[in-house]
Each structure stands twice: as C-alpha cells, then as structure tokens.
Design a binder for this molecule. Structure first.
Ligand SMILES: [Zn+2]
Length: 169
C-alpha cells in the first residue's frame, strides 16, 4: 500500500525514531509499504517517520526499482564508520520542490538488520553514502534543511511557511 508522505513541519519528522523490537507481520507490512511508497514517489530512499511510523527503518534503492538487487532495507541501523567529505545537491520527498547543497562524509559503513532480522553491514561511497546519511538523519528527527546554515536555511523555511499559509504545503 502506498502511504502518504509527511512533509517538513510535521511533528513526527522531528522526533527520534524508536528501535524495532521484533520483526512482526506488522513490521513486514510497513517495510513493504515503504518500498512501494518509495518507488511510487519516486525516490532513492525513504525513512519510516516519513510515512508516519516513528521506528528505525529505512529503505534505499539508487536504481529507483529498475534493479531490484539494489534494494536495501535497514532496520535499527548504526554507523560503523564515517569519513571523507562530499558536497552535492540534495533533495527529500518530505521537502518537494526544494534542493540544497549539503556537506556530508563521502564514505560510510552502516550496520543493521535486514527485513528477516538478520544483521548485515553495507559500505557506501558517493551517492549511496549520502542516501544512508540522509535516511539516518530522518531516524534522528533531522532533515537536510536542518544541516544548512543562515540565509540558505531561512530562505527555504520562509518559502515553506508561505506555501503553508496559502494551503499549498
Ligand atoms: Zn528525506
């Protein structure tokens, strides 16, 4: 089932997500819905809080579903390593229409559970490293605008407020 994606300003997006205790049928359904929602958007990554579920789950697929081997499901993820630096344009399904250059490490290793509850680690560089960090941020209640400073951040926040006032957000 495709779930509605919450937008910037929603309280759930600002909360820290809770760990998943056990892979239950409910969790499996949430994972399936997240994958379907991510592909439908389309987006290269989605975190559970974006569909209103405050749990530590994210999905990533840089191929947008063209190559199903590229699909990653991470439950209760943690960083094993983070280093380097990259500076690229970034967007978010919860911030439609907005993009900004965000500084991120260029290499990360993430450890978590797959959809069967089996632990695995995955290394990412470039765009994959960026996607991992972007989704991990969501699980901490942080969005990419929160990583911007000064004028760049104010500009986006002001535009969103204006859209919200006119009922377009
Ligand atoms: Zn996002």
């Amino acid at each position: 089932m495709i779930r509605p994606i919450l937008k910037y300003g929603d309280a759930i997006l600002q909360e820290r997500a809770q760990p998943v205790d056990k892979i239950t049928p409910d969790i499996e359904r949430i994972v399936d819905d997240m994958i379907e929602t991510m592909y439908a958007a389309p987006g290269i990554g989605l975190a559970a809080p974006q569909v209103g579920v405050p749990l530590q789950i994210f999905t990533v697929d840089l191929s947008l579903g063209h190559d199903r081997d590229g699909l990653l499901v991470m439950i209760n993820p943690t960083f094993v390593e983070c280093d380097g630096m990259q500076l690229e344009e970034e967007g978010c399904l919860s911030l439609p229409g907005f993009e900004a250059t965000v500084v991120r490490p260029s290499h990360v290793i993430v450890k978590g559970l797959d959809r069967n509850g089996v632990e695995y680690t995955r290394e990412g560089t470039g765009l994959l490293a960026r996607a991992f960090q972007h989704e991990m941020d969501h699980l901490e209640g942080t969005m990419f605008v929160d990583r911007l400073r000064g004028i760049k951040r104010d500009l986006i926040v002001r535009k969103i407020r204006k859209l919200a006032r006119s009922g377009k957000w």
